[in-house]
Design a protein around this ligand. Structure first.
Ligand SMILES: Nc1ncnc2c1ncn2[C@@H]1O[C@H](COP(=O)(O)OP(=O)(O)OP(=O)(O)O)[C@@H](O)[C@H]1O
Length: 643
């Protein structure tokens, strides 16, 4: 084994037990630290391969404080803590640990967690290296290509995006005195892999609409790779200049500067990446920027050597190629939040990593699963979807793993389970948070060993599957409350994708509404061309507890009820007005479950309690009646309605 492990634990007995256990398992324990200060010294001296980290330690600083340094030093760490309250779990999760074990735990749990951590760390590093080599090759190909400066820079922007997520890239050159020239190009991200390109003069045209701004002449550029997030960005934009314009005109909140040194035959250039996210950039971006500097120098050098066609002065240049958004045809939206999701999908789809999709009900989790499968090498094989919440506890195992004939009373025939059906393809386990604890152990086994055991079967059966799971539950909370196994959580949460709620991306509402109008006009044979400004304003003002599913249902109804060929009137669910004594804060703190519960009750009321049938609540909510039934049970909604 021979991995060097540092134990950071202030309880002597526990630390000693850990040391003995790890040594027995052939790990090398390079030290036991009782405080963050001691740990810092030992890390410096021994450079451990992994750190086991208690959260509350001797002294003021906690394990969570040490985590930031470990991350920077690229040392994986696992928390061991007796404290499993949700707040601590969330703070710990934000530091991206390789595992979290709640004390007391079994020795074996720790050994398994260590192996998982090692696996993730090595794979993470390896795939990072692979991706970076690929990036360098892509940059070299662009350099060798024949396209003009603008096209090349656009291609560079596109290949850099997965590594440095930005909303605006500004590229330009400097004169001998270090002042900016007027050859600057701006690439404003307007969709996944789609950019609006404008020149220095183009920017002037935009700014004329905002007379308070002027494009500064001869502005100086930064001389090293560095970043400015939130507070430091505020000090950068305190002075007039390009950065201030980017902040005030385009809503940018962070900057990463990447200057390129001058050469004998070419000028000094600069790349400035801006993001709307105030915490967008990290030290990792600085290191990456320094590593790719030579490749960018070559790319820009070849541009100054090639004859560059004149670029229209104040014209907005579109993409030279058709928008590659089409790979996500089934997911409508161009908001930055959704674009970030596209980014994650395209990163994870080609590999076999398990994915955990989280987000409130109706945010499109199933759509994301569809896209991951469709973009993966498994696309020619089945994508099997299982709604775990809809399966009664006594049937779930036979549904997932299958059974042999005669395995139990009623098993009159052999049944192939969903895992076997998904062989060579993908299995989508929706509502994973609803799987009973007993079944969770078996799922863990599938994830670890890629084999299943049919009920009544004599030997395990190997399966080659990719697992995508989804939930609208807060799994950390479920773990903390003992309803979800931590080891399964870590196995599933290898690549989390969190979907934004519709209120977080209201700018997508017009696109979504038009998309649904198109679908339901075709379905119903009505010729509806769009929605009036007034009706759209109503949609934009609503808070969408049911997310896109609710928007789809409301649009469908509006299409049916429209008097002319424009939707003029939108009828939204009547919401209970807040009680005067209710504080605004309390209203805001409603949980997803309360929202979901209220929404289902509203729909049930509208349907006079009918669940099934064409005008039943299940049809309106676009979920099977059995799913609605189990949701109602879960949310404590009594079945005191007529069916
Ligand atoms: N971005 C999108 N573009 C177009 N349609 C969407 C989008 N996202 C969701 N939908 C539609 O909204 C509905 C709900 O989507 P989906 O079933 O994927 O949500 P979900 O998050 O899996 O919900 P639940 O947690 O309730 O299972 C579906 O009818 C889907 O067609």
């Amino acid at each position: 084994m021979n991995q060097k492990i540092l134990i950071v634990e202030d309880q002597f007995i526990e630390a000693n037990h850990l040391r003995i256990m790890l040594q027995r398992a052939e790990y090398t324990v390079c030290g036991v630290a009782r405080s963050v200060e001691q740990a810092e010294e030992m890390i410096e001296t021994h450079r451990p391969d992994l750190v086991l980290l208690d959260i509350f330690l001797t002294g003021k600083r906690t394990g969570i404080d040490l985590a930031a340094q470990l991350k920077e030093a690229n040392i994986p760490f696992i928390y061991l803590s007796a404290n499993s309250n949700e707040e601590v779990l969330n703070a710990a999760k934000a530091t991206h640990p390789y595992g979290f074990l709640v004390k007391p735990f079994r020795d074996n749990d720790l050994l398994v967690t260590l192996q998982i951590a090692q696996y993730h760390h090595e794979n993470g590093l390896e795939s990072q290296l692979r991706k970076e080599t690929q990036l360098q090759t892509q940059l070299a190909t662009i350099t060798a290509g024949q396209s003009n400066r603008q096209q090349r820079l656009l291609m560079i922007a596109q290949v850099l995006q997965p590594f440095i997520s930005f909303d605006m890239l500004v590229v330009g050159s400097l004169d001998e005195a270090g002042a900016q020239q007027h050859d600057t190009l701006h690439f404003l991200r307007i969709g996944f892999n789609e950019y609006q390109v404008f020149t220095h003069d183009g920017l002037k045209v935009i700014l004329n609409a905002r007379p308070a701004h002027a494009v500064p002449a001869n502005e100086r550029a930064f001389s090293q790779v560095q970043y400015f997030n939130e507070t430091s960005f505020k000090s950068v934009i305190a002075k007039p200049g390009t950065h201030k314009i980017m902040a005030e005109t385009f809503g940018m909140n962070a900057l990463l500067t990447l200057p390129l040194p001058p050469g004998a035959h070419h000028r000094q250039c600069f790349f400035s990446f801006y993001s709307r996210r105030p915490d967008a950039f990290t030290d990792d971006h600085v290191s990456l920027g320094q590593r790719i500097q030579p490749f960018l120098v070559l790319a820009t050098q070849s541009m100054s050597e090639s004859r560059v066609p004149a670029i229209g002065s104040d014209v907005m240049h579109g993409l030279p190629e058709p928008s590659p958004n089409s790979v996500f045809d089934n997911i409508i939206g161009t908001s930055p939040q959704l674009t970030a999701v596209f980014e994650l999908i395209s990163q994870v789809a080609p590999v076999d990593t398990s994915v955990l999709i989280t987000g409130a009900s109706g945010t499109g989790k199933e759509r994301v699963a569809d896209s991951i499968h469709a973009l993966s090498p498994r696309k020619a094989h089945p994508l099997i979807k299982v709604n775990c919440a809809a399966l009664p506890a006594n049937l779930i195992e036979s549904e997932l793993f299958g059974h042999e004939k005669g395995a139990f009373t009623g098993a009159i025939e052999k049944r192939t389970g969903r895992f076997e059906q998904a062989n060579n393809g993908t299995i989508f386990l929706d509502e994973i948070g609803d799987v009973p604890l007993e079944t969770q152990v078996k799922l863990l086994r599938v994830l670890q060993q890629r084999e299943i055991e049919r009920i009544g079967g004599k030997a395990p059966v190997k399966v080659n599957i990719r697992i995508i799971a989804a939930t609208n539950k807060n799994l950390e909370k479920e773990v903390a409350e003992g309803r979800f196994r931590l080891d399964l959580y870590y196995r599933l949460n290898v690549f989390p994708i969190q979907l934004p709620s519709l209120t977080e991306r209201k700018e997508d509402i017009p696109l979504l509404v038009n998309h649904f109008i198109g679908i339901y006009s075709r379905k119903t044979g009505r010729k509806i061309s769009g929605v009036s400004d007034k009706a759209l304003a109503v949609l934009m003002a609503y808070d969408w507890p049911g997310n896109i599913r609710e928007l789809e249902n409301i649009t469908e109804r509006a299409v049916l009820l429209a008097k002319g060929n424009l939707i003029e009137h939108i009828s939204l669910p009547v919401r209970q007005p807040a009680m005067p004594s209710e504080k605004a804060e309390e209203v805001r703190l409603k949980t997803i479950f309360e929202n979901e519960r209220d929404y289902i009750i509203q729909v049930l009321e509208k349907c006079n309690g009918r669940i099934r049938g064409e005008d039943g609540a299940a049809a309106i909510l676009k979920i099977p009646p059995t799913t609605l039934g189990s949701k109602m049970k879960k949310l404590g909604i009594k079945r005191n309605f007529s069916f």
